[in-house]
Design a protein around this ligand. Structure first.
Ligand SMILES: Cc1cc2nc3c(=O)[nH]c(=O)nc-3n(C[C@H](O)[C@H](O)[C@H](O)COP(=O)(O)OP(=O)(O)OC[C@H]3O[C@@H](n4cnc5c(N)ncnc54)[C@H](O)[C@@H]3O)c2cc1C
Length: 462
């Protein structure tokens, strides 16, 4: 065993330093559980002090480190090489404190999103962040990728929900500011360096999360809409008409809806397969009867005005769960493909319709493309694609990337709305960021991690 590993073993003991055959049981992504982990070792710290000690050793040895959370990212952010040390925060998963007056939860980085949501619910409050991987994704990974999800339109991205943060730097320094205050303009707000930097600037260990009052009612409907212009108009109509109750507005294109709506051998979809755009909208409010009546009356008015062609409200809790399961379980789309590529791009909401039409037309002109499934959080200007293809060649992969990413620069959009850059999107970063911005990012990286040991080669090339 190298000096490095024996030094680390001094801190964590034998059981929390996994090497050799132990690594066969580990993996670098929840979708690759069948492939053992290729890494030097996996370390499982149980508190910030231990992690700080481990990083001091890694810094001394110039040891490259890859940080593992729930392993649900979609950009290769947790891929490892055989000489890299994995630090997994999975054992630091406690929900440490609930502060009723401040309406906050203080959690360790390994806490799983669904457990945090449930902890808030038990206190009659809501942690609004929500997305399909909630059963696996950990707060440290979520914060490091500034995840978005299904309710960003109303409650913001992860960045908007973190009040305080603790992180360990590459040299083991602990930066701790677990404050519960919303306003803090005492110089630079350092927590934002770690939020969304994908583990390249520091390792998140603990966070203070902002909770909101739990809505008393949740009402949803699927809408059938004829053109994208009406999708945009309907968004404003519902937002204005509900005076702030609109909490979700998810658009699904027909090819994706046909697969998603009939999952689990479901015989009938919530709304017939007759439309060009399907929208799942959601109101969160204070009174189920009143909110449902408001939603219904707005939908009737929208039909009369020709904004929508059809609407199917969820009448029961069972319907509500079913409607959202359809949208959340994108894995059914993945299962329809032999090989697939995922995209997560953003641009001004009104530009999405034409952009999707152009990209889909171009992709489908290639006989090696099997299917294109667009869906997404259009209220946030965010659209996802899953592209199915006949082969896994580099040439095809790069061609698809060019088709999807190249138009974004002139649209003032982004190659990553929420999933981040990781390993897979580095080449395309200049389409979203100026050379001056990228240079400043590199300066920050060099300042905080001069030996380039944290998630080396992810997000930025040196
Ligand atoms: C089915 C599915 C649906 C999804 N839906 C959405 C969605 O709607 N919106 C959205 O934004 N994202 C979505 N995602 C992707 C999303 O980014 C991740 O699910 C989540 O944010 C990552 O959390 P994780 O704990 O799995 O992190 P990991 O995948 O383990 O890591 C993500 C990145 O953060 C780093 N990291 C992990 N933990 C730490 C830490 N403690 N400190 C520093 N760095 C760390 C890793 O090195 C890596 O670079 C989805 C993913 C799946 C599989």
């Amino acid at each position: 065993m190298t000096n490095l590993l024996s030094d680390i073993k001094e801190i964590v003991g034998e059981k929390r330093l996994l090497i050799a055959a132990d690594l066969e049981e580990r993996y670098d992504h929840i979708w690759h559980m069948d492939k053992g982990l290729d890494a030097l070792a996996v370390v499982l710290p149980i508190n910030t002090q231990e992690l700080s000690g481990i990083m001091k050793i890694c810094h001394r040895h110039d040891q490259a480190v890859v940080v593992h959370g729930g392993l649900t990212n979609l950009v290769g952010g947790t891929e490892t090489k055989s000489d890299e040390l994995v630090i997994s925060l999975e054992k630091m998963n406690a929900i440490e404190e609930f502060d009723e007056g401040s309406r906050t939860l203080t959690v360790q980085a390994g806490a799983i999103l669904e457990n945090v949501q449930n902890a808030a619910k038990e206190r009659d409050l809501l942690f609004p962040l929500n997305f399909g991987a909630k059963g696996s994704a950990q707060l440290g990974g979520i914060i490091s990728s500034n995840a978005g999800g299904l309710r960003v339109f109303r409650f913001g991205m992860t960045r908007n929900l973190v009040l305080g943060l603790e992180a360990v730097l590459s040299d083991g320094t602990i930066i701790s500011s677990l404050k519960k205050i919303i306003k803090d303009n005492s110089a630079y707000d350092l927590k934002h360096l770690f939020i969304g930097s994908e583990g390249t600037l520091g390792i998140v260990t603990r966070a203070v999360l902002k909770l909101v009052e739990r809505p008393r009612s949740r009402c949803s409907a699927y809408l059938g809409i004829k053109d994208y212009d009406s999708v945009v108009k309907m968004l404003k109509f519902l937002d204005k008409g509900s005076a702030g109750k609109l909490s979700g507005y998810e658009c699904i294109w027909p090819e994706a809806y046909k697969v998603m709506a009939l999952k689990d051998d479901q015989k009938n979809p919530p709304i017939a397969f007759d439309y060009n755009y399907y929208v799942l909208c959601e109101f969160m409010g204070g009174d189920r009867e009143q909110d449902f009546a408001l939603l219904q009356s707005l939908l009737e008015q929208a039909m009369e005005e020709g904004l929508i062609e059809d609407a199917a409200p969820a009448y029961t809790e069972i319907d509500l769960q079913w409607f959202w399961r359809i949208r959340e379980d994108v894995h059914v789309l993945v299962q329809k493909t032999s090989y697939n590529q995922h995209f997560d791009v953003s641009m001004p909401t009104p530009d999405i319709g034409q952009y999707v039409d152009d990209v889909v037309d171009q992709l489908k002109s290639n006989p090696n493309i099997e299917c294109v499934f667009p869906f997404g959080h259009v209220a946030d200007g965010n659209v996802h694609f899953i592209v199915g293809k006949k082969d896994d060649s580099d040439a095809l992969r790069l061609w698809i990337n060019d088709v999807v990413y190249n138009p974004l620069q002139s649209l003032q959009g982004s190659v990553s709305a929420e999933h981040g850059i990781g390993n897979h999107k580095k080449k395309y970063l200049p389409l979203s960021r100026s050379s001056e911005e990228i240079e400043l990012m590199k300066t920050l990286k060099l300042t905080l991690d001069p030996k380039n040991i944290l998630n080396r080669g992810k997000v930025l090339d040196p």
